[in-house]
Design a protein around this ligand. Structure first.
Ligand code: SF4
Length: 142
């Protein structure tokens, strides 16, 4: 059931209301990995099987080469209700939750606006793991 919902989110996301108007759902003319092979991105961290972990690692690798990865991650961070599962912008749900916690600690309740103001200076992937190096990307406004 969750997989079906998530798959639908990926197909319908551009028409879903967004949480922050300055962080729209990213689109690109080129077919992204998650659109050509959505099942690969349906990672659920409760599934600890080797197959699931391998699929997640493959999805993260696809994200690392995606031209809209930074915008995708920002959108996923501010739309937590729609990204509770899956790989988005090279991150797992747990990665994103840690990032949100960090952003809240650093910027308080205004963290989404701070993220929106970052413009193109969005999170970057590290080559090896795909984990997001947000420490280097977000500048403090305080
Ligand atoms: S970064 Fe990953 S999840 Fe986001 S659009 Fe690109 S391939 Fe899809």
């Amino acid at each position: 059931m969750r997989s079906t919902v998530h798959r639908r989110q990926r197909r319908l996301a551009p028409s879903i209301p967004e949480c922050h108007p300055a962080i729209p759902y990213p689109v690109d003319d080129q077919p992204t990995g998650c659109r050509t092979n959505p099942d690969l991105f349906l990672h659920d961290e409760r599934d600890t099987s080797r197959r699931s972990k391998e699929a997640a690692a493959q999805a993260v690798a696809e994200c690392a080469g995606c031209p809209i990865a930074a915008a995708c991650l920002k959108w996923a961070l501010v739309n937590s209700h729609m990204t509770q599962l899956g790989i988005w912008g090279g991150t797992t749900a747990a990665d994103r939750e840690r990032m949100r916690d960090d952003l809240r600690q650093r910027f308080g309740r205004d963290w989404m606006n701070t993220l929106a103001r970052q413009g193109s200076r969005a999170p970057e992937h590290t080559a090896a793991s795909g984990f997001v190096n947000h420490e280097a990307s977000f500048t403090s406004t305080q």
